[in-house]
Ligand binder design. Structure first.
Ligand SMILES: NC(=O)c1ccc[n+]([C@@H]2O[C@H](COP(=O)([O-])OP(=O)(O)OC[C@H]3O[C@@H](n4cnc5c(N)ncnc54)[C@H](OP(=O)(O)O)[C@@H]3O)[C@@H](O)[C@H]2O)c1
Length: 381
């Protein structure tokens, strides 16, 4: 049966937005499931709210129904995702909604899952009035890119860079320097928690010796895999990224990296993944991303540096760009965020970078301390 359109679009949208907002509280705790929220409303009054708090735990609808108790009878359920109709880790939400006496369901995104999807039709068969999907594919993907937008052959990729006003990511090559403020750094910790993998280029690994771990208040249920691009095996096995490594720190390399280096990385719990070499002896990024997808990474946060970021941008492999602008001027000694040598020479004719595309702000810029956070996606997507 076909879902019916909403009769109260403004009100429905308002409660649905609340459901989406609640879903976000599951950031870092639910992947590979999507973040989902639910609001139960009876006679205009909210009688229960809930969200999917943890992978394997109860779905948002079940949490909201248990909060509402008998008040759920005759209520409308606003759910950010089409309620599931299958026996997965938990019983079908469609049956729970029916059994609790829910008379109407308004849902946001359609569930693309071959088993879990189809809940709207099941609810309609039970005699429940159904409206949805109210979210467009684009809105659904922005909310849960790993679930709605992850391509088959690579992860959904976000690039994050903190730059000075004059487009520099460090004060000098080979120097670890602080660009953004403490509030931004706290947000980076939160951001990391929601990704399956965090990646940096060779120079960043050598200069910053980053741990690429999550150390903020939001602790991921499954820590993101740490990924180092190291075509020739330059990063020492004493690198901090290998502290506590248990097979989840991945080194992408080419056939040219020496065997003793590989053994030293493996001896500290790192995993070597070999991919094809491209121009200038660098890793093929397409193959790198394919290999990471093969490791179960559906969402990847690349934290630079500029060379790797620009290569990804040039090859149109960036799905979201977190650009943190810090009010500093670092001058010409600074490391460029968008170096021309990071770009493909093919097609640009002059060895320069060529266009890196146009971008759209997908949410209002956020001021964090003295920094401005921009969240951008390629225009026209
Ligand atoms: N402010 C920020 O947000 C931020 C973030 C990260 C880093 N940083 C700073 O930026 C500096 C490092 O950045 P960077 O731009 O010089 O270097 P980078 O992007 O970290 O590393 C570039 C290197 O990665 C290796 N690589 C392997 N495969 C590649 C591929 N397919 N495409 C591109 N590179 C590939 C290459 O090393 P080989 O040619 O040797 O193989 C390349 O030179 C450091 O000073 C660091 O502190 C700042």
């Amino acid at each position: 049966m076909k879902p019916t359109p909403s009769e109260h679009p403004a009100l429905d949208r308002q409660f649905l937005e609340r459901a989406v907002e609640l879903g976000r509280l599951g950031w870092g705790r639910v992947q590979p499931n999507p973040m989902v929220g639910c609001v139960l409303v009876r006679n205009g009054v909210v009688v229960g709210e809930g969200w999917h708090e943890e992978y394997g735990g109860p779905h948002a609808e079940i949490v909201a129904l248990s909060k509402a108790g008998p008040d759920a009878r005759g209520a409308t359920a606003y759910v950010s995702l089409e309620p599931c109709r299958h026996h997965g880790k938990t019983p079908p939400c469609t049956e729970a909604l029916r059994d609790a006496g829910i008379t109407r369901v308004v849902f946001g995104a359609q569930d693309p899952g071959p088993d879990s999807g189809g809940g709207a039709a099941a609810l309609a068969d039970y005699g429940v009035e159904v409206s949805g999907p109210l979210l467009s594919m684009e809105e659904a993907r922005r909310e849960n890119p790993g679930f709605h937008g992850s391509p088959e052959d690579r992860p959904w990729v976000a690039l994050k860079l903190a730059t000075s006003l004059d487009g520099r990511i460090s004060a000098r090559a080979g120097l670890r320097s602080t660009i953004s403020g403490p509030e931004s750094n706290e947000r980076v910790q939160w951001l990391r928690a929601g990704f399956d993998g965090i990646m940096v280029g060779t120079q960043t690994a050598l200069t910053d010796d980053p741990r690429l771990s999550v150390r903020g208040d939001t602790r991921p249920l499954t820590p993101p895999k740490r990924v180092i691009l190291d075509a020739r095996g330059q990063v020492a096995a004493s690198a901090r990224v290998l502290d506590d490594a248990d097979g989840t720190t991945l080194f992408l390399t080419t056939a040219s990296s020496p065997a003793p280096w590989r053994s030293s990385i493996e001896a500290r719990g790192g995993k070597i993944l070999e991919v094809r070499e491209e121009e200038e002896g660098r890793l093929s990024l397409v193959e790198t991303l394919r290999a990471l997808r093969g490791e179960g990474i559906r969402t990847l946060l690349c934290e630079g540096g500029g060379v790797v970021g620009s290569k990804l941008l040039q090859q149109r492999l960036v799905d979201r760009f977190y650009l943190v602008l810090a009010p500093k001027l670092l001058g010409s000694d600074g490391v460029p965020a968008f170096p021309s040598h990071g770009a493909s020479r093919r097609g640009s004719g002059d060895g320069g970078p060529g266009p890196l595309g146009e971008w759209t702000l997908i949410e209002d810029p956020l001021r964090l301390g003295n920094d401005v956070w921009m969240v951008l996606e390629p225009k026209g997507v």
